[in-house]
Design a protein around this ligand. Structure first.
Ligand code: SF4
Length: 497
């Protein structure tokens, strides 16, 4: 089979093929995401590592910082020895050193290998595995399997320790065992499998996967139903079981002929899914309902936030707005890059909203998706300001906030796999608005902002800030273009849809 990696990826460090065929705790996250991806890692790309995306590299850097912080805390209390190999780890354990850093555990007969951040000697003389994790909870599948596997290799009953991102500590014991059993069994099956497993498309997972360029042609050639917005992979499998396998077949089906399957129940959803299939095949837009847009002066609104703060509380560093006449020069914003100024930024945003309220009546504050509204709610809770006059107005009855995604989802079926702002706006036959920086996106902006924070050269820092502002400005201009497109086409009596 031809091996094609996404253009952004390149092959890096060569690893031992023998090691690659062992089951590693770090396989757990990939396994939980996609069975084919883990199969490709183990078979086609055994021996090579794929370069992580900028966002994943940023996560690794921040994870490493957290690990270093935990290490220095442990060093203040114990003697810490760094392990260099599996044999060295065994020696250090036999010596009974208090803490082993970067230990390497191997159970060759079981085919398991693990690299716990720390091995901490218990008073019983046995060792407890411990990892530093950025997450605030140890309840995640990947974490449970990873720590559970270390315990399995160590073969004792002591709970594993998780040093969480909020500086709390969680313990994981036998409760993770069923999940570990499932993971090990499934991985053994995948390692023995000669052909890649059959899977379905996932809009959120496949687009960021390094194997996308390899899988996409197959999904398209098969007209896989999961390529349709609203058809989950599980629904596609259930439909295949009753003989409906392609988009063309589905588009030609009647609602009554489609059984209720997981994630696709009820006539309304099925009707929409059939239109989605027709739209994908023909490029046509279908109108389900009249589009009703609120009257008033529209001000477009979009925020940029940083989820990777030391406190892990999302910090909105940019509240962007676009008022009439909606040119690039009308872009207005509140910028607070310093997280300690988070409250100041929030208050400045509320003050700005009051200025717009005084100038425009009625005011429509348009945004795309629920993120802006839920962020305002979170900020009101964070600063105990639910009863603040502006907050009451923004979140109460008669709120000026208007989520532009709602009329799109309620009224239109578009030839798209996803209904994000960029999906609709970038499409040449739909809104056809292009961002100045084609690479920009939500993960891109988090990476750029974190580069901005650590950059010391003032000129480069300014350049990064201007790039982020340009991206946010294009986001609000895009929602304006979408509004115009809906007004021109979706609401007119002689609608083209
Ligand atoms: S592109 Fe999608 S199906 Fe293919 S390996 Fe990646 S996540 Fe799995």
């Amino acid at each position: 089979m031809l091996c094609v990696l996404n253009k952004k990826q390149k092959l890096m460090t060569t690893l031992s093929k023998a090691t690659q065929k062992l089951i590693k705790p770090s396989d757990a996250a990939t396994w939980a995401s996609c069975l084919r991806r883990v199969w490709l890692d183990k078979h086609q790309h055994a021996g090579v590592e794929i370069e992580a995306s900028d966002f994943d590299q940023l996560l690794r850097q921040i994870g490493l910082k957290h690990e270093t912080k935990v290490l220095s805390r442990l060093q203040q209390q114990h003697e810490v020895h760094k392990a260099t190999s599996v044999e060295h780890t065994r020696e250090l354990m036999q010596q009974g050193v208090p803490v082993i850093y970067q230990g390497r555990l191997l159970d060759e007969p079981a085919g398991l290998i693990g690299y716990p951040d720390f091995l901490i000697r218990h008073e019983s003389g046995q060792y407890q595995p411990a990892d530093a994790k950025l997450s605030h909870s140890a309840n995640k599948k990947g974490i449970q399997i990873q720590l559970g596997l270390y315990r399995r290799i160590l073969g004792n009953s002591l709970p594993a320790i998780v040093f969480l991102g909020d500086d709390s500590i969680a313990m994981l014991g036998d409760e993770a065992d069923p999940l570990v059993d499932e993971f090990v069994m499934s991985m053994k099956h995948l390692l023995a499998l000669k052909q890649q497993p059959i899977v379905h498309y996932s809009h959120s997972k496949c687009r960021v996967c390094p194997y996308f360029d390899q899988c996409q042609p197959e999904f398209e050639a098969n007209q896989d139903l999961s390529l349709l917005y609203g058809i989950h992979g599980r629904a596609a499998s259930s439909l295949a079981a009753v003989g409906i396998t392609t988009i063309t077949q589905f588009a030609n089906s009647r609602v009554e002929a489609i059984p209720d399957v997981p994630h696709l129940k009820g006539d309304k959803r099925k009707h929409r899914a059939i239109l989605q299939a027709k739209s994908m095949l023909s490029g046509k837009v279908f109108k389900l309902n009249e589009i009703v847009l609120p009257e008033g002066t529209w001000v477009h609104f979009d925020i940029e936030d940083n989820p990777l703060t030391p406190s892990r509380e999302r910090h909105v560093y940019l509240w962007g707005l676009l008022a009439p006449p909606y040119t690039n020069e009308d872009f207005d914003y509140v910028w607070t890059d310093d997280e300690t100024q988070d409250y100041r930024g929030w208050i400045s945003f509320l003050e700005k909203i009051e200025q717009y309220r005084a100038q425009h009546s009625p005011l429509v504050l348009a945004h795309y998706s629920n993120h802006e509204k839920s962020t305002i709610k979170k900020y009101a809770e964070r600063y105990t300001m639910k009863n603040h006059t502006t907050v009451l107005w923004l979140l109460g009855d008669g709120s000026p906030l208007f989520d532009l995604q709602k009329p799109v989802l309620n009224s239109l079926v578009l030839p798209l796999q996803g209904y994000g702002l960029k999906d609709i706006c970038k499409h040449k036959d739909l809104v056809n608005f292009q961002w100045e920086d084609a690479e920009s996106g939500s993960q891109w902006s988090v990476v750029q902002f974190n580069r901005f924070l650590t950059e010391e050269n003032p000129q480069e820092k300014l350049r990064l800030k201007m790039e982020i502002l340009g991206y946010n400005r294009d986001d609000v201009i895009a929602t304006r273009r979408l509004e115009e497109w809906l007004r021109n086409k979706g609401t007119s009596k002689n609608s083209e849809f």
